[in-house]
Design a binder for this molecule. Structure first.
Ligand SMILES: *[C@@H]1O[C@H](CO)[C@@H](O)[C@H](O)[C@H]1NC(C)=O
Ligand SMILES: *[C@@H]1O[C@H](CO)[C@@H](O)[C@H](O)[C@H]1NC(C)=O
Ligand SMILES: *[C@@H]1O[C@H](CO)[C@@H](O)[C@H](O)[C@H]1NC(C)=O
Ligand SMILES: *[C@@H]1O[C@H](CO)[C@@H](O)[C@H](O)[C@H]1NC(C)=O
Ligand SMILES: *[C@@H]1O[C@H](CO)[C@@H](O)[C@H](O)[C@H]1NC(C)=O
Length: 630
C-alpha cells in the first residue's frame, strides 16, 4: 500500500560508534521522501560544554497541516564517542519518554514483538565519526510532533585542540527557524577558538556569531528561511555539510587543572613547553594479497609523508609481512636525511603478495627492539613503539587470535607500546583493539576511502611526539574511593591526560596530589586543590549543567570498563553505571513505547549502540521494513 500525501521529513545531523534503531509497527507504509510544502517546523540545537564535557540537546518540531496523517522523520547523526542520554517525543500533546534498559531485556521485547507478528525494522548506520539515530512516527492531520534527543560526551584533545562537530543534511528548508547555540565554559581560559563550516558561503559566514571572553565562548548560527535558500524562490538549501568548532585552553599551571564539584573531581594534565622524547618506532606493514590495489598505494603514499616528518633524533625500521617477514634493515636506524631517503626508496617498491602472519611479524618487530636496546644502539630515555597496519585477519602461521594476543603480550611485557591500525572492514577489529589495549596502545580504524593516506598520516602525527612516559597521577590516600585510570604509559604532544574520581569527603579544603613521570627531564610535581561551590565557580548558569564532574566521571569510568570487557565484573559494573546515569552504551538500549489508539498494537522504538568492533559494514543496513511494505 502506497501512502499518499506528503511526508514531512527533516534531517539534522550532529557528529562519531554505531547506533542501531529498531522500529516495530504492524504495517509499514511507503515513505515518500519529498520536501515539505504544507507544514512548518523548527530545528534547535543547544550545546553546553563545561570543562570539555559536552551536553547537547537537539529539538525538532514538525506540524502536519495536511488533512491526512503523515509520516514524520527524525534523523540525527551524533558523534560515535557520545552516549545518548535521553529521547522524548511529544505527539498531539502527549510526551513519551525513552527509558534506558539492559540491552538483553530490550532485545527480548523486540523478539516478542516480532513473534506477535508485528513488522519490525532494524536500521543500523555508521560512519567514520558519526552514528545515526533515526525514528519516524505517524502524525495525525492538523497536529504536531516534537522530538528531543540529548547526548553527552567528553571532548578529547587531539593535535592540540578539542573539536565539536555538527553535521547538517537538511534535505529541505527549515521553514520556521533553525538555531544552533553553543556555550563553552573552560575555567582555565580559552586560548583559541575557530568556527567554520564546509557549506559556509561568503553570504552565510557573517551569520556565524562568535564571542570569546576569557573563559567563555558563545557561537550561534540562525539563518532565516531566505538566507537558507540556494537562490531566491528556490526550495534547495545551502545549509548542508559539516560545521566545526575547534578550540584549545590556556595551560598556565604545570600541574594541570583540577575541579572539584559536588563530591567529584576531574584533573586535566597536559603541560606545555616540554621537550620531546626521542622515539624508536617499528612500522609493521601488511603486504598480503588483500592489500593489492588502492590500499597498498595509499600505504606507500602515507609512509612517504610520515618518513618526511620523522624527527632526525628518532630511530626507525620497516617490517613488511605476508606469510613471510622481511626487514628493511637488520636493526633500527637513525632518521638522518640519507637513511630516510633510502627508506623512501624501499617503500616505493612495496607490492602486495601472500597470506597474513600477524603473530610472527609483531614478535619479530619486538625482538628487533630488544636486540637494539641490548646492543645499546638506541638513545637513553627513548620511547619504543610498534605501529601495526593490517587489513585482514591472521591466515598464516599461528592464526588463533587468543594465542597471538598471549604471545604478543608475553613478548612485549609492557616495554613497548603497540598501536594497531585496521584498514577497512574485512578484519576482526576487536582482535586488534584488545591486542593494542593489552600493550598500552590503542587501535584505530582506517576507512577505505580516497583520503586513507591522510588518515594514516593523521594517526602518526598524534603519536609523533612523546613528551612523557610512565605518568603516575597520585591523589591523597583515603580521599578518593573510585578513581579512573591514573597511570599512563605515555603522554603525546597535543593530547591530554584526564583523571576523575569520587571523593569521600564532599567539602574537602585541600586535596593533595602528585604527578611523577619520565621525560627528557624526569618530573615530580605536587599540587593542591580545593572544593568549589559550583554557583561560585560557574556564576553564569547557562554555561554549565550542575553535575558535570559526576557525569564526566561516570562517562570515563564506563569507557574504561568497556575497554576491559574481557573481565566479567567490568561488564557488570559498566552496565550498572550505564543504567544509573541513563547512558546508551554498548550494554544498554533506549526504549520508547507509544501506545496506540483504536486497538492498534503499540509502537515500540529501540535505540542501541554497537561498538566499532561489533560492526562489519560502514554503510547503512536496512533489515526489515523501513520503506515500502504491508
Ligand atoms: C482539507 O479539507 C477541507 C474540507 O474537507 C478542504 O476544503 C481543504 O482544501 C483541505 N485542505 C487541504 C490542504 O487538503
Ligand atoms: C528526558 O526528557 C524528558 C522530556 O523532555 C524530561 O521530562 C526528563 O526530565 C528527561 N530526563 C532526564 C533524565 O533528563
Ligand atoms: C607541540 O605541539 C605544538 C603545536 O600544537 C608545537 O607548537 C610544539 O612545538 C610541539 N612541541 C613539541 C615538543 O613537539
Ligand atoms: C646486536 O646484537 C645481536 C646479538 O644480540 C647481533 O647479532 C647484532 O649483530 C648486533 N647488532 C648491532 C648493530 O650491533
Ligand atoms: C621488559 O620489562 C620487564 C619489566 O616490566 C623487565 O623485567 C624486562 O627486562 C624488560 N625486557 C626488556 C627486553 O627490556
Amino acid at each position: 500500500q502506497v501512502k499518499t500525501g506528503l511526508t514531512h521529513l527533516w534531517n539534522f545531523t550532529l557528529f562519531s560508534q554505531i547506533t542501531s534503531f529498531m522500529i516495530f509497527r504492524r504495517s509499514f507504509r511507503c515513505i515518500l521522501r519529498v520536501g515539505l510544502t504544507t507544514g512548518s517546523y523548527s530545528v534547535t540545537m543547544n550545546c553546553k560544554v563545561a570543562s570539555r564535557f559536552a551536553h547537547t540537546v537537539m529539538t525538532s518540531k514538525a506540524i502536519n497541516r495536511a488533512n491526512t496523517s503523515q509520516e514524520v522523520f527524525f534523523d540525527v547523526e551524533l558523534p560515535k564517542t557520545a552516549f545518548i542520554t535521553n529521547f522524548s517525543m511529544e505527539i498531539e500533546g502527549v510526551t513519551y519518554v525513552g527509558q534506558v534498559k539492559e540491552k538483553e531485556k530490550a532485545k527480548k521485547q523486540y523478539e516478542q514483538a516480532v513473534s506477535r507478528g508485528q513488522t519490525a525494522g532494524l536500521v543500523r548506520a555508521s560512519g567514520r565519526k558519526m552514528e545515526k539515530f533515526s525514528v519516524s512516527v505517524n502524525v495525525a492531520a492538523q497536529s504536531d510532533v516534537t522530538f528531543v534527543l540529548t547526548y553527552e560526551e567528553l571532548l578529547q584533545r587531539r593535535l592540540g585542540e578539542y573539536e565539536l562537530m555538527i553535521r547538517v543534511k537538511p534535505k529541505q528548508l527549515v521553514h520556521k527557524f533553525e538555531v544552533w547555540d553553543e556555550h563553552i565554559y573552560e575555567p582555565q581560559g580559552i586560548a583559541s577558538l575557530d568556527a567554520h563550516g564546509t557549506f559556509l558561503t561568503n553570504d552565510l559566514l557573517p551569520l556565524v556569531e562568535k564571542t570569546v571572553s576569557d573563559n567563555k565562548a558563545h557561537v550561534s548560527f540562525s539563518p532565516t528561511l531566505e538566507q537558507q535558500r540556494t537562490c531566491p524562490d528556490c526550495e534547495g538549501t545551502l545549509i548542508d555539510g559539516d560545521f566545526f568548532i575547534k578550540y584549545d585552553v590556556k595551560r598556565d599551571k604545570d600541574v594541570g587543572d583540577i575541579q572539584i564539584v559536588n563530591g567529584y573531581f576531574v584533573h586535566f594534565f597536559a603541560p606545555s613547553d616540554l621537550p620531546r622524547v626521542p622515539k624508536n618506532v617499528v612500522f609493521v606493514i601488511d603486504v598480503s594479497y588483500s592489500m593489492e590495489g588502492a590500499k597498498i598505494k595509499q600505504t606507500r603514499e602515507a609512509l612517504q609523508t610520515i618518513l618526511d616528518d620523522i624527527h632526525s633524533n628518532d630511530y626507525f625500521n620497516l617490517v613488511l609481512f605476508d606469510h613471510y617477514v622481511e626487514f628493511w634493515k637488520p636493526s633500527l636506524t637513525q632518521a638522518t636525511v640519507e637513511n630516510v631517503a633510502e627508506a623512501q626508496k624501499f617503500v616505493s617498491g612495496l607490492r602486495a603478495r601472500g597470506a597474513t602472519d600477524i603473530n610472527q611479524a609483531v614478535l619479530k618487530a619486538t625482538e628487533l627492539l630488544y636486540q637494539d636496546k641490548k646492543n645499546k644502539t638506541l638513545p637513553d630515555n627513548s620511547v619504543s613503539m610498534i605501529i601495526l597496519l593490517t587489513d585482514g585477519d591472521p591466515t598464516s602461521g599461528i592464526t588463533d587470535q587468543k594465542q597471538i594476543q598471549e604471545n604478543v603480550h608475553n613478548a612485549i611485557q609492557g616495554n613497548v607500546t603497540l598501536f594497531c591500525l585496521g584498514f577497512g572492514y574485512s578484519l576482526d577489529y576487536t582482535f586488534l583493539d584488545v591486542m593494542a589495549q593489552q600493550n598500552n596502545g590503542l587501535a584505530r580504524r582506517i576507512y577505505e576511502d580516497s583520503d586513507a593516506a591522510l588518515q594514516l598520516k593523521g594517526f602518526y602525527s598524534e603519536v609523533a611526539s612523546p613528551l612523557l612516559s610512565e605518568v603516575h597521577m597520585q591523589y591523597q590516600d583515603n580521599t578518593v574511593d573510585s578513581l579512573t585510570q591514573s597511570h599512563f604509559k605515555q603522554l603525546f604532544n597535543g593530547s591530554e591526560i584526564v583523571v576523575a574520581g569520587r571523593l569521600t569527603d564532599n567539602d574537602l579544603d585541600n586535596f593533595l596530589f602528585e604527578i611523577s613521570a619520565q621525560g627528557v627531564n624526569d618530573i615530580h610535581l605536587q599540587g593542591e586543590a580545593s572544593a568549589q561551590k559550583w554557583d561560585v565557580l560557574f556564576p553564569h548558569e547557562e554555561y554549565i549543567f550542575g553535575d558535570f564532574t559526576e557525569r564526566l566521571w561516570a562517562y570515563l569510568t564506563i569507557q574504561q570498563l568497556l575497554n576491559k570487557r574481557s573481565k566479567s565484573n567490568a561488564t557488570s559494573e559498566a552496565l550498572a553505571l550505564s543504567l544509573k546515569y541513563s547512558f546508551v552504551t554498548p550494554l544498554t538500549s533506549m526504549v520508547v513505547t507509544k501506545p496506540q489508539r483504536d486497538e492498534e498494537p503499540e509502537d515500540m522504538f529501540i535505540a542501541d549502540k554497537l561498538t566499532e568492533g561489533g560492526h562489519q559494514s560502514g554503510h547503512v543496513e536496512l533489515l526489515g521494513g523501513l520503506g515500502c511494505s504491508g
